[in-house]
Design a protein. Sequence first.
Length: 336
Amino acid sequence: MLIVLAGATGRTGRRLIPLLTAAGHGTRALTRSGDPVPGALAHRCDLTAASPGELDAAVAGAGAVVWLAGPGGGPVESAEALDNTAATALMDACVRQGVPRFVLVTSKGTDNPERSPDFLRPYLEIKAKAEAHLAGTGLAWTILRPGGLTDEEPSGRVELGKGLGRGKVSRGDVAAVVAELLGRHDLSGGALDVIGGEHTPAEALDALAPRLNIVDFLFDLERLGRVHLAVFGGSTGEAMAEAKAHFTGWQVSPRYVNYFEGPELHFSRSTRWRAEFGEGPGRHSGKQEYWVMVHNELGEGVFRFGLLRPEGSENHDPALVAAFHAFREHYPPPPS
């Protein structure tokens, strides 16, 4: 995958590039000078002065963009120009160019700038504006909020979560978290604090979004009874063949098959998945619905499973609803 890196020549960016290379990614490094960047393809782009067309060219063809740029101190006006205006313009370029993923590295405290010292508050408020803009873009996004950054050698151990206490973290460890995030999609759509801790980045991320063995999950789901399946993804032949062969009590919804372009969905035991349960009025029917959405970490698509009503009935079978709730308890959500 091609990764576009804003802030590639900074102290964290320089540590991230070799990790991306080791993971098999290519890196396009955005720099004001266009000078060579070891391990990456340098692309000249002054983020604070680039036109929309120049930003489009900077992110074209990328699978993800990582924002590590920062003014490194200086006046508030400089921070506004880079951390908000330039960052949000790059996000918008990703939307225009169909870049699916954006990882934004900001700072701990952006969720509550008012609690920060007066000298720091305006800088956190600027970063918070960029975070809010990213959340509204429709991209698959993740925000990382490091604690106090150090240039110490990485320990390989971090703590990830929401509302973590005060702490420091090495730039190398932040880079390792970013590299791990880019290999998985099971934590898109959220903001995470990162400080030094006791777990590898992979372990820390797994604790927030545990592995879901999709094959066992599907056979557990079959025990519920009649289930409605809709597949959002690309070429879903393998998935549909598996469903029809093994889950004869399911009803497949052709309306939603191949709804999005993308690679083939599959039932691999080795791929991480994330389950989201829900119940309430259906978006289209307005009737009470019970469903589970299963997201593939590779971004390949989504399975949506919903309970079927008995033929001719406006209501679900109470026994089936009870089974759904029991099933839901068996797959609790990741810790918040």
